[in-house]
Design a protein around this ligand. Structure first.
Ligand code: FUL
Length: 480
């Protein structure tokens, strides 16, 4: 009798478990909303922080925009050490380096067959040097990705302004993409001076060269197609920053959407074109001894980190190489200070493993549980039911804890969905608002004065589709 009872209890239990797991799997995942990232864009957004290097004759002539008539012999970085650049980027916690393979002056940092204004004509290594070769090898050695900037606007090439030039530029790109790959990002600059020769660029042709040789490469320009300029060079992405943009009818350079639009993206943009934030560690893009004492302060750099990575943008920080061909100690020291500060600020996620509840969980299924927000994994996520556009999530810290930062991430594989949210803390008797903001996207960081609290609540106030968040983290960053 006892045995039979036990058997039936076990059978019932199994039946219950089976029914429960059936119910779980029957809860379907949210449908993606609007434009979504492709695999390469998704991987690129995880990179977040990498180095830009402006280097060329301008470094030696103290100019920002060379005219293209500079004597190539001026380029002679006698101590050039690309491994020092890579080592510095790596130690700074950066994931890649993008270099100006050809700036507006037309000078190529590699011996291009399609130009007579290159390292081959320079004094450096008696014309036998190749910066791209050295840097791509150094990046490989240090586990960094390698990217290239090429300016379509060319003040040196004799064919610029004629039909022939598009072909020349495509061939130059082809050289770079066949000889120095893999390339993770192709940067197309939209800049061009006033009263300069006109040239209608054949961007579709340029893009096809990149796609053919490096299909994984993110193509950057003012309007993408894969990543967009975010409208200023001061490191400040919009507080509202959609990764979606409408680009039909627009072009690169003068034909680009208004800077304000690039800064915030379009809420209902047709294409997924996330923002990249390019900014220089010095006042200029190229090295000048006159700016050795004007390297941005730790406070400025930390602020830029928050207005770029903290606002759903990738940070491309320019660290110009000097006339010796080295990163100056003033810049590398500051990079290490920033690394040290960021490591300290984001060392301990105070929310990790803490109890989380949400006012709605999709289908009450474990797959979409609020607990996924603090499990330390970005591959799990919390989601609400389809008809739910606002919800509250409460993190119970278990004991009074000092907190001054919150980091939120949407599951962008499902698109960017959240329009506005607020953050509150429990003051012992009630929830008090700490901040109210708009978009989240891949990553949003909010900084507030330290509160000592047992609970943090996030209210999703508006969303275009049911919210789907992959992480909420809390930190107590040290004072600067
Ligand atoms: C601009 C250029 O004109 C600057 O010289 C620099 O290269 C910056 C990153 O892009 O459009």
């Amino acid at each position: 009798m006892k045995l039979t009872f036990n058997f039936s209890a076990a059978a019932l239990c199994l039946l219950f478990l089976a029914a429960n797991s059936f119910a779980q799997s029957a809860v379907t995942a949210p449908k993606p909303y609007g434009a979504i990232p492709n695999k390469y864009q998704y991987d690129w957004q995880q990179m977040e922080y990498y180095m830009f290097i402006h280097f060329g004759p301008n470094t030696f002539t103290d100019k920002e925009w060379g005219h293209g008539d500079e004597d190539p012999k001026v380029f002679n970085p006698k101590k050039l050490d690309a491994r020092q650049w890579a080592r510095t980027a790596k130690a700074a916690g950066m994931k890649a380096i993008i270099i100006t393979a050809k700036h507006h002056d037309g000078f190529c940092l590699f011996p291009s067959k399609f130009s007579t204004h290159t390292v081959r004509e320079s004094a450096w290594k008696n014309g036998k040097g190749d910066v791209l070769k050295e840097l791509s090898a150094a990046c490989r050695e240090y586990g960094l990705k390698f990217g290239v900037y090429l300016s379509p606007w060319d003040r040196n090439h004799p064919d610029y302004g004629t039909d022939k030039y598009n072909d020349i530029f495509a061939k130059t790109l082809n050289e770079v993409h066949t000889q120095y790959g893999p390339i993770f990002e192709q940067w197309f600059d939209g800049a061009k001076g006033e009263n300069e020769k006109n040239q209608d660029y054949d961007f579709p042709k340029f893009y096809s060269v990149v796609r053919k040789n490096n299909p994984q490469a993110i193509i950057f320009s003012d309007i993408g197609p894969d990543a967009r300029w975010m409208g200023n060079e001061s490191g400040i992405a919009g507080e509202t920053n959609w990764s979606t943009l409408n680009t039909d009818g627009f072009g690169v350079g003068a034909k680009a959407p208004a800077a304000k639009v690039l800064n915030t993206g379009d809420e209902h943009g047709k294409y997924w074109i996330p923002a990249e934030v390019d900014v220089s560690i010095r006042p200029g893009w190229f090295y000048s001894a006159s700016t050795d004492d004007k390297v941005k302060t730790l406070q400025e750099l930390e602020s830029i980190y928050n207005t770029s990575v903290g606002r759903n943008g990738n940070l491309l920080l320019n660290v110009p190489v000097n006339r010796d061909g080295l990163i100056h100690p003033a810049d590398s020291t500051r990079l290490m200070e920033l690394r040290k500060y960021l490591d300290a600020a984001y060392k301990t996620d105070l929310a990790k493993g803490k109890k989380v509840t949400a006012t709605n969980v999709r289908g009450n299924a474990k797959t979409y549980a609020a607990q996924n927000l603090t499990d330390g994994s970005n591959n799990t996520y919390w989601a609400a039911d389809d008809n739910v556009k606002n919800a509250s999530i409460t993190i119970d810290l278990g004991k009074a804890t000092d907190v001054n930062r919150i980091l939120l991430q949407e599951n962008i594989l499902l698109g960017q969905r959240i329009k506005s949210f607020s953050v509150e803390y429990w003051d012992g008797t009630a929830f008090k608002q700490l901040d109210k903001q708009t978009t989240i996207g891949h990553k949003r960081i909010l900084i507030f004065p330290t509160v000592n609290t047992t609970k943090i609540r996030v209210n999703i106030l508006e969303a275009n589709a049911c919210p789907a968040l992959s992480a909420i983290q809390l930190y107590k960053a040290p004072d600067m």
